[in-house]
Design a protein around this ligand. Structure first.
Ligand code: GUN
Ligand code: ZN
Length: 445
């Protein structure tokens, strides 16, 4: 248990509800000269600096003025074994998996490689202001082990699972229904609920799991309702056609996951782009969460996510990077591309909703809003410090920004890791200094 106390001073922004429009000022709390009191990795108070400094006069102050303090960003779909796949040229989903992704993931059979990449992965997340993520590991049990260990060393709230895949992939990446089940069981008992770790049961997608393996994934879901379930859904037209040829009895793609009992409020369905009306009904009924991955959807040419259509049905959408098909670790850059994907469909992503989405919104999608995603007292002290004038183009534009929403839109469209001046994880700074202390410089291959 950490006992150190600190008072962070700066401009404070956090959301209390989803903003219903660009002028919904009741949905957030903004304090011009604010402070966050942290002790033992937990937020003890959020309010005006004067008030908190009076309340805790002997606590050391870290002055982040004039920067913005917000809850750390949450990435709800990302592949940690793909840190060396990001930016691989020229393919759409199935070719991209076969040409780049599967060969790279075979390297994670080596625990030393998995450990090194897990550490780099956490470093990248912290550099980009992301304090929690829902990640896919590789098929290897040791890759999930390496991931959880790296997260625990930094006390990060992380969710992951080893992918289950027993067909349509190289031999070295295949488990079996029984071995995938057994490894998942061991990982759940070793890690779920330990510190800040949670487990996600992870059948990769219908194409790489046999019906027998899907059966096992369904059994795991029934035996472990405390765990998340994550998989991919309707990302690409060829993927959908192939899935339906492998499961000819299924009424549609989502029908496969329905049949094996994977759907519920803890199910996270990456992409969910090309959906049939029955599938949308089923999402609304079961509470399963579509996950919008805009940089990935544009990079692989997958399609345009219908955010407004799904929301109009009362469905809660999460948002994510999907690195390595996604092209940036930055949730700010993810918002930038999300804005454009929605523009192409005549939909609007205003900055208040955008920043709600990558903080409290994703926390709500994960059912974790009592722990992360707001700056409420009693929640975990995961905080990002943002500099809206971090680059010259941003500084120039900021000279003409008159409102908070304008400033947020500058961050949304122009921001990336350069706009993140510090990232606190459970009250401990993890960006500046942490990198030099924890990792050697990268050598050329
Ligand atoms: N579908 C199955 N596996 C993957 C993956 O690794 N990335 C993406 N974008 N889609 C997938
Ligand atoms: Zn993915």
């Amino acid at each position: 248990m950490k006992t150190d106390q600190v008072l962070l001073r700066g401009r404070i922004l956090s959301f209390t509800a989803e903003p219903q429009g660009p002028e919904d000022h009741a949905a957030y709390r903004y304090i011009e000269d604010g402070a966050i009191l942290i002790a033992g990795g937990i937020i003890r108070g959020t309010g005006s600096y004067d008030q908190l400094a009076r309340q805790a006069p002997s606590v050391p102050v870290v002055d982040h003025r004039p920067h913005l303090l917000m809850p750390g960003f949450i990435d709800t779909h990302i592949h940690f074994p793909q840190v060396q796949v990001i930016a691989s040229w020229g393919a759409q989903l199935l070719d991209w998996l076969n040409s780049y992704t599967f060969p790279e993931e075979t390297r994670f059979a080596d625990p030393a490689h998995a450990e090194a990449m897990a550490d780099w992965f956490m470093t990248q997340l912290c550099a980009h202001g992301t304090t929690s993520a829902v990640a896919y590991a590789s098929v290897h049990e040791t890759s999930a082990e390496a991931f959880f260990s790296a997260a625990a060393r930094r006390d990060m709230r992380m969710i992951t699972g080893k992918v289950m895949m027993d067909r349509n992939a190289p031999e070295a990446l295949r488990d079996t229904p029984q071995s995938g089940y057994d490894a998942t069981k061991r990982l759940i008992s070793r890690w779920h609920g330990k510190g800040r770790a949670s487990y996600a049961i992870t059948p990769r997608f219908a194409i790489t799991s046999s019906p027998e393996q899907m059966e096992m994934a369904g059994a795991l879901t029934a035996e472990h309702p405390e765990c998340y379930v994550q998989t991919h859904l309707s990302e690409n037209r060829d993927e959908i056609a192939y899935t339906l040829s492998l499961y000819p009895e299924a009424p549609d793609y989502l029908g496969v996951y329905e049949r094996y009992g994977l759907l519920g409020p803890k199910a996270l369905l990456g992409h969910s782009i090309h959906l049939e009306p029955r599938e949308i009904d089923l999402l609304a009924e079961t509470g399963a969460k579509p996950v919008f991955c805009p940089t990935s959807n544009l990079f692989l040419g997958s399609g345009l996510f219908d955010d407004a259509g799904l929301r109009g049905r009362g469905i809660t959408n999460a948002i994510a990077t999907d690195v390595g098909a996604g092209t940036s670790y930055s949730m700010l850059q993810t918002l930038n591309e999300a804005y454009k994907v929605l523009q192409l469909q005549g939909q609007k992503l205003h900055p208040l909703r955008a920043f709600h989405w990558i903080t409290r919104g994703n926390a709500v999608a994960l059912g974790l809003q009592d722990k992360i995603g707001t700056l409420e007292p009693g929640t975990e002290a995961d905080i990002v410090v943002l500099d809206s004038a971090a680059t010259e183009p941003m500084a120039l534009r900021m000279q003409r920004a008159g409102t908070l929403s304008e400033e947020l839109f500058v961050l949304q469209m122009l921001g990336d890791d350069r706009a993140v001046t510090e990232t606190y994880v459970a009250g401990t700074p993890q960006k500046i200094g942490a990198r030099a202390a924890q990792q050697p410089a990268l050598q050329p291959a």
